[in-house]
Design a protein around this ligand. Sequence first.
Ligand SMILES: [Zn+2]
Length: 347
Amino acid sequence: MLTPFQRVMVAIELKESDYVPVVPMVTYTTAQLIGIQFSEGLYSAEKMAKALVAGYKSAGYDGIYVGWESSFNLMAEAMGCKLRIQPNSVAFVKDQLVKEPSDLDRISVADPERDGRLPIHLKAIELVKEKIGSDAPIFKYVPGPLTLASVLHGQDQLLMELVRNPDFVYDILKPASESSKLYGVATVEHGADIAVVADPIASSSVISPQMFDQFAFSPTKDVLKSISDVGGIPSLHICGNTIPILERMADTGARILELDYKVDLTLAKDMVGERVCIQGNIDPVGVLLNGKPSHVERKSRECIEKAAKGGGFILSSGCEVPLNAPFENVKAMVSAAKRYGKYPILI
Ligand SMILES: [Zn+2]
């Protein structure tokens, strides 16, 4: 038997291990395990770490996502945005920092050791590492520059500016990219093994593949490179349908591509499976929030059948597991990996 850490590393090296590794994107869903409200984890590295470790111990997955909310909101706050925080639902940004070009000087590059609640997240990485040692890898989300820019300027407005005023978009992207890079490096320096750049706006469900190339590709590649330059494993998470940009995602230098449930894993494996490890992709809402454990198990088996053969696959959710998803469903994913994911896969 390999350790969870070894199991994930073998997958990243595109080889077969003992079992298909399983790392659901679970963070604040673990609040239910230690009886705290969502908002309590926002301000306490100790509570956050306690809940995350409880999730890992209870379900036995192969890696831990350290975090508690959207990395975009977290970073936007550190760059000067105000958040609306409620006890039991995910926070959102109250007001856009940059409404027009003359507001650009309101943005400052965030210092991860000082600004907003970024230091709480860095501390939580250390606390989780203290508890689990090198048994399992720590994953940490880092905001993708284009999506971060969309939070600073407003999503609908930014999508319009992609066409109307590309130079303004590049001006917002500069401090956004710099903040993401510094944070990505800091997460690795504080103990994260895998830093995952998340960029939902870059999805082909939102912008064209041409716009992906024009606005998302280079800044994302730069952030991923800064992560690998300090010894972290760079991963890339883009939600929705990403088949039209899958080859380009593999070109960014990411070692793992986190794929959403809209992506057919057979096709994805065929397209990029020899270049990069694939992670995914059970429907977070339709299956993990609203389904029963038997439903989760069936879907997990399908993912394994489509993408695990030959290695280079991590079973996971397609995106963040929702706050109120029953933890039994997370456990069902883990038990399916043990039941159907023993290598060699014989299907
Ligand atoms: Zn996602």
